[in-house]
Design a protein around this ligand. Structure first.
Ligand code: ADP
Length: 218
């Protein structure tokens, strides 16, 4: 059986999460206290409900604890986001993912027992900056404060060389996890696999080491 999701708050972020899950074939219940937002979303989704999620009885009546994952995507109303998270965890929802709008909000959510706190604006800002600094960086995923995964376009430095020749692990301390060439995706590449200019490399490593590698792609 596939996972079921409840999305609370149908603003830009929550709306996008709900529509994406729906398009991937998952069962989604979308909840908002705003009548118009619920109306708009009911054109796309099968299950939409108008409810104020700070009301414990309303959440219980929806059988919210039966959903595998609940996403709280209430934006600027921090109080509503915090109260909703508190109620969801008290009711016994197994997995509650909450959008935070700043660090302090995130800290409170963690203390309340949120299973995962996401910072979409902050994270997207970081990713966009990386692609601005170096146009060859297509994707940047922060794994921790020190480690990341980057998707980078191979330049002249890499052209016609194998991973062995480039010796990226020893020289830069990073690991090439995958090489993409057009529609071909080579995951877990061998040392003898050759890289061509324009290939996309998916590389994991310490941020300092990734930076050194990045300089070779500019
Ligand atoms: P975004 O920045 O992702 O667009 P918004 O702040 O615009 O986020 O949207 C948040 C949504 O959450 C709004 O549609 C709002 O009606 C909804 N919302 C806020 N408080 C509650 C609540 N207590 N119960 C249900 N929905 C709520």
């Amino acid at each position: 059986m596939s996972k079921t999701f409840a999305i609370i708050g149908l603003g830009r972020f929550g709306g996008s999460v709900a529509k994406t899950l729906h398009s991937m074939g998952y069962e989604v219940l979308a909840i908002d206290k705003d009548h118009q937002r619920v109306q708009d979303m009911s054109q796309v989704l099968l299950h939409t409900v108008e409810a104020d999620t700070t009301d414990e009885n309303a959440l219980k009546a929806l059988g919210i604890r039966n959903f595998d994952v609940v996403v709280v995507a209430i934006g600027n109303d921090i109080q509503a986001s915090i109260l909703t998270t508190l109620v969801l965890k008290e009711i016994g929802c197994p997995k509650v993912v909450v959008k935070a709008i700043n660090e302090m909000h995130g800290k409170v959510l963690n203390k309340l027992g949120a299973d995962r706190v996401v910072f979409p604006e902050r994270d997207m800002g970081v990713r966009v900056v990386h692609s601005l600094i170096s146009p060859n960086i297509l994707e940047y995923i922060e794994l921790s404060d020190d480690y990341s995964i980057i998707e980078v376009i191979a330049g002249e430095f890499f052209n016609g060389k194998t991973l062995q020749e480039l010796n990226i692990r020893a020289k830069f301390g990073c690991n090439v996890m995958a090489i993409k060439n057009g529609s071909q995706f080579n995951i877990n590449p061998a040392a003898t696999d050759m890289i061509h200019k324009g290939d996309t490399l998916v590389v994991i490593g310490h941020n300092d080491d990734l930076k050194k590698l990045q300089e070779k792609t500019d």
